[in-house]
Design a protein around this ligand. Structure first.
Ligand code: XMP
Length: 517
């Protein structure tokens, strides 16, 4: 068996009833220094849970109702584990149901809600008698079962806000993992340290040597590993690990698909060189743009980019028969999601080199498979990856092809490239770049009549999108100051004569996605 952090660290198991809720909880636990893993409820049999020897178990929230037909559930063995259990939102309701209490459809509590403690318990250390918490539910726990005690109630509705069943099982109707629950992190810390006695040994900065050793021990002498880098933090950090582990036997490839941002190819190349990665650089722009000609369907564009990428990569990989391994920068949420996360619909087919390892007979190594993005960033910094890469906004694999609605043409590409650079420059100038998740421009086929000088022109509409997000799963648009918006709009229309209108995208995710395509 290969190395896993759970072999060395106290591990909290988060049983997932809905992907994003579970990951948010798991990240908070890790931020408190305790390693955690997410297990989809479909895989959470009694044996699977016990065999992982968790120090504590958390049942996540989720979008279902416990009384729906086929509602996601786990067996009532979860009440009899010999480690503490905490159910959050849906998990709380599930514990009530499994322990003989009742759950009913109520008036719904959404957003900031005041709760009052009914009983003092170590899990509430540091809490006042009343606190504001974040709720998002319409089902509620109407009564606790015979072994249950109410620990807190909502002030307004009287619903059970927290309960304890026996002496180790807790439920919280509110979300301690979201920042709007002011003492939420305190509650999670109490659960981990006071209730479960977990040791906070998880520090991502200590991990580099471990990961390097693991790669080194898997690739036998005489064999090589190949890795495609994009200049993003994940692939770059994975490449640095591979390089430290294997030296020249780690082959780094940087493929320019012609869909990069302004100046990006040069910046990426010089960063990679400064890290000693000595990449093979392939400018395949014309090949990609040729293949994209006439393609306007969003999914088709992604598939075309993925296919051409795979072809180019395959040519490099086949050129050296000692290449037997493929290193990928896959991170933890993708590992969990690709495994068995049922019910989580794939909204867009994300571009990756899927299918290639089998085709080329390469064995896959994913050094970052246990880590969240913010952990990869910290690890990257500890390995000397430049801040420019670590703090760079996420950029989709298919590049600007997903920021152009309709066919990718040279003119639209030039427009979106320049406009995006202007958005970035203005955010950097005002110190906002590092405070937002992503900031970019989009162009499509809609037109707007404009007056340039004394001529009327039927020009492009450029849409600016600036969002904040914790993980890209949900997002809110950033309330940019009017002056910043004004400056972005006037620079775009004056520097790009083909643009006659600039709009600002003000829809959250959901219902929108972050990228337009
Ligand atoms: P959406 O648009 O689905 O994006 O809200 C969520 C996050 O994922 C990024 N994204 C992609 N990343 N290949 C990628 O590698 C893709 O095809 C892709 N599509 C979206 C997006 O930039 C955002 O951070």
């Amino acid at each position: 068996m290969s190395w896993s952090p759970s072999l060395e660290h106290d591990t909290v198991l988060v049983i997932s009833f809905g992907g994003q809720y579970a990951h948010m909880i798991s990240r908070r636990v890790r931020d408190l220094g305790v390693y955690s893993e997410v297990l989809p409820y479909t895989l959470a049999s009694e044996e699977a849970v016990k065999s992982r020897k968790p120090k504590a178990v958390i049942l996540s929230g989720g979008p279902s109702s416990v009384y729906e037909l086929d509602a996601p559930t786990v067996g009532d063995w979860v009440l009899r584990l010999d480690v503490p259990v905490l159910g959050i939102c849906y998990g709380h309701q599930l514990i009530a149901k499994l322990s003989g209490g009742s759950v009913e459809r109520g008036v719904g509590e959404y957003g900031r809600t005041r709760v009052a403690l009914a009983e003092r318990d170590p899990i509430f250390d540091g809490w006042g008698d009343e606190e504001d918490v974040w709720m998002s539910h319409s089902d509620y726990v109407a009564s606790v079962g015979p072994r249950g005690r109410v620990l807190a109630r909502s002030k307004e509705t009287g619903y059970v806000a927290a309960m304890k069943v026996g002496d180790r099982v807790y439920g919280a109707q509110f979300h301690p993992e979201v920042r709007h629950t002011e003492k939420g992190l305190k509650l999670i810390a109490n659960f981990l340290f006071r209730v479960a006695g977990a040791r906070p040994t998880w520090r991502v900065e200590d991990l580099a040597e471990r990961l390097i050793d693991d790669v080194r021990s898997r690739v036998p002498p005489g064999e090589k590993a190949i890795i495609a880098v994009s200049g993003g933090v994940d692939s770059t950090t994975a490449a640095v690990i591979a390089r430290r582990a294997l030296g020249d036997r780690a082959v780094t490839v940087f493929i320019n698909h012609g869909l990069l941002r302004e100046g990006e190819a040069d910046e990426v190349l010089s960063s990679l060189r400064s890290l000693g990665l000595d990449p093979i650089y392939i400018d395949a722009s014309q090949r990609f743009l040729g293949a994209l000609r006439g393609v306007s369907d969003p999914e088709q564009k992604r598939l075309v980019v993925g296919r051409v990428f795979a072809e180019v990569f395959e040519e490099v990989a086949r050129s050296d028969p000692s290449i037997r391994w493929l290193v990928q920068g896959t991170t933890y949420p993708d590992v969990i999601e690709s495994g068995a996360e049922v019910g989580a619909d794939r909204i867009k087919s994300h571009h990756n080199v899927g299918g290639l390892p089998e085709k080329l007979g390469l064995k896959v190594i994913e050094p970052l498979r246990y880590l969240y993005k913010d952990e990869v960033r910290r690890l990257g910094l500890s390995l000397g990856v430049p801040e420019g890469i670590v703090l760079r906004h996420p950029f989709p694999g298919p590049g600007l092809a997903v920021r152009i609605i309709g066919e990718v043409t040279e003119e639209k590409l030039a427009t979106v490239r320049r406009a995006s650079r202007i958005v970035e420059e203005e955010l950097r100038r005002t110190g906002l770049y590092d405070k937002v998740w992503q900031a970019f421009a989009v162009v499509g086929d809609d037109r707007w009549v404009g007056v340039k000088g004394d001529r009327r022109a039927f020009g492009y509409i450029v849409t600016v999108r600036v969002v904040e997000s914790e993980d890209g799963m949900t997002a809110d648009w950033v309330r940019l100051p009017y002056e910043v918006l004004q400056r972005i709009a006037s620079r775009i229309t004056s520097e790009l004569p083909q643009v006659t209108m600039v709009t600002y995208a003000i829809t959250t995710k959901p219902p929108s996605t972050i990228e337009p395509v």
